[in-house]
Design a protein around this ligand. Structure first.
Ligand SMILES: [Zn+2]
Length: 258
């Protein structure tokens, strides 16, 4: 994983406005067959999902179903695979599970690549990035992020979904979640002390990439929050509590929702 990067393309000049996608109501009905199929696929990868009580599992699956139905998945170097679309959608729903507006409707296209990739005119290898035209993820690294052996707080899907959530709410302003916007602003203003401490002590529980800028601090923090919540709460309790407020969920609780 070391040496592989992800990239943010400039979001500061959002594309011309298009009609926002519908925000389907959460009361969508899904059949038992769909529920069982989704549960099996999601449960094979997401321990987060397996830990939920039954009523929360149903809510999670409905959200994944809606999210997936509203996105267009593109596969590069891979066969089209509905299971992959379900898993990628589940990573978005994991990050946004505490929020009311979870569709990230600015992003219609999601690109899944087989492995790390080059971008135009760039020597670096990337494992994921977020750009105005969509969310990009390497499937190999996506699966690595959810493997139970992962103890390095790296999860590229959570990382990119965290970026996408901020862009959706602040730059594009499509399907804005007002709770998230308000609390993310508090997160931005409360991180100064944490950053100052890291600069002074020259070390942190978070990997150094977090300190590239505020956007990376946010995305790397959210990765740690989901990959090893107990570790983050133990080592950076203030940051953990801020993330509970911003995302309105606590991964260490059974129900998750804060
Ligand atoms: Zn990033």
């Amino acid at each position: 994983m070391q040496g592989l990067l992800h990239k943010l393309n400039s979001f500061f000049s959002p594309r011309a406005a298009k009609a926002p996608l519908e925000h389907p109501a959460e009361e969508v009905e899904i059949s038992d067959t769909v529920y069982n199929n989704y549960s099996f696929i999601i449960g094979s990868v997401f321990s987060y999902f397996n830990d939920l009580p039954p009523e929360s599992k149903l809510k999670f699956v409905k959200r994944v179903y809606q999210f997936k139905a509203n996105k267009k998945f593109h596969y590069i170097g891979l066969e089209n695979n509905d299971d992959t679309a379900i898993l990628v959608s589940a990573s978005a729903i994991q990050v946004t599970f505490g929020l009311k507006n979870y569709m990230m409707s600015y992003f219609r296209d999601i690109y899944v690549l087989a492995d790390a990739y080059h971008m135009d005119n760039d020597e670096e290898l990337y494992i994921g990035h977020v750009a105005p035209d969509g969310i990009y993820l390497s499937l190999k690294h996506f699966l690595y992020g959810y493997s139970t052996k992962t103890k390095d707080n790296v999860n590229v899907a959570v990382h990119e979904m965290a970026h996408a959530l901020v862009y959706n709410n602040f730059f594009a302003q499509y399907g804005v979640d007002s709770h998230f916007r308000l609390n993310y602003e508090k997160f931005s203003s409360s991180t100064g002390a944490i950053l100052a401490d890291v600069i002074t002590n020259r070390r942190s529980y978070l990997r150094s990439y977090a300190f590239s800028n505020l956007h990376e601090f946010w995305a790397v923090s959210v990765e740690a929050f989901f990959v090893n919540p107990a570790g983050l709460r133990l080592n950076m309790p203030e940051l953990y509590e801020v993330l509970v407020r911003v995302l309105n969920q606590d991964p260490l609780t059974k129900n998750k929702i804060a």
